[in-house]
Design a protein around this ligand. Sequence first.
Ligand code: CMC
Length: 433
Amino acid sequence: MTTPTVTITDNATGKTSECPVLVPTYGPRVIDTKNLYKDLGMFTHDPGFMTTSACRSSITFLDGDEGKLFHRGYPIEQLAEHSSYLEVCYLLLYGELPTKTQFEEFEYQVKFRSNVHERVNHMYSGYMYDAHPMSIMVGVMGALSSYYHEALDLNDPVDRDLTAKRVIAKMPTLAAQCYKYAIGHPFVYPNNSLGYVENFLNMMFSHPMNTYTPDPVAVRALEVMLILHADHEQNASTSTVRLAGSAGANPFACMAAGMVTLWGPAHGGANEAVLHMLNEIKTPENIPQFIARAKDQNDTFRLMGFGHRVYKNFDPRSRVIRKVCHDLLEHMPANVNARVFDIALKLEELALKDEYFIERKLYPNVDFYSGIILKALGIPESMFTVMFGLGRAVGWIAQWLEMMQDPDFRIGRPRQLYVGSRQREYVPIGQRG
Ligand code: CMC
């Protein structure tokens, strides 16, 4: 069978380029424009990569119009219901769900590496007492690049695999340390007798003066939140990891680069922005006024936690997390945050009924609910993006591993549409008018 092609004709010169059409398992077909410059002397122009595929990937598929998300072919709803976060990590890294023995070995390998070098603990004191935890996370994650020299041969699959396990193992420890540093409490070392999520909660909330017993409903809510954030194909932070990794950079430094991108409010910073917005709204009576501002073209205010670049239908993660969120709020005793939760639920209800949001397909996204869940778990707002990063780290490292094995792997180097000055002569400073 001949490969389908699309012919691109330059009407100015009459030259053509036969571009092969690549057929994915799912999703739109992709025009391979690699030869366009050779054939026509032209680049493609696509700000924001709205219609550009930058790599082949077999990890995650999402369909924004249909509201579907699969990891390695498994629907996110099934993974969230039946799986643990660590099992999803295994799936993303190795492509298959593990057998019981494979899972136990993987869990052991991850737990075995859960501690960080004692010297990392000294890094925190260099940070300002009120530093944002994401700024600390970026730094300590990057600092891991100064360790493990013996196992960082990027061409060695064993070293790469070990790096992936180290990333997953150390993320909860680093994240909890950021929190403990911020509140001035002593660091709590990992406890390998606990599950991945319980261990994290223990490092966050136990204290030498009192024991901490995690609530199973809270553990499950966090487990689901981490699963839902584990990977999301070529989003901004993952693309950053790939781009940095394409230059052959140290993988821990690549993770730090991903963390930097995640910090932006249009990406992982949205869950924190949701809580800021709910606090700003103050009472349910003020909600209509905020909705009106979000609809006003002359106001830059947007409802945080609503809308998504690719989901122009309900975000499938939102369906799952919405239920977990509602269940958790029902389970938790009424507390000081009750007002914030009331506002969140009322805002959700009103926005879902509002023509402006319906017309533009602006539904609550995963960050809307994850922000509320984290608040209910007692995790401070400034830690929310760190929590997103904790879940997403496996996606970053799985995508990095995939890229390192890709025969098409080459340094990422976008082109540009230059619109600056034409060549001109330098004028000495004294002669400039
Ligand atoms: N509140 C009010 N109006 C909105 C919102 C919102 N949250 N989001 C989009 N719109 C409007 C926008 O004004 C535009 O209206 P019009 O067509 O009349 O000009 C229309 O909807 C389309 O917006 P857009 O900016 O073209 O959409 P986008 O796909 O470029 O942006 C987004 C996606 C997520 C950046 C945006 O919806 C947004 O800023 N949402 C709030 C921040 C947020 O919750 N971000 C988390 C994203 S999910 C996390 C992740 O997966 O990383």
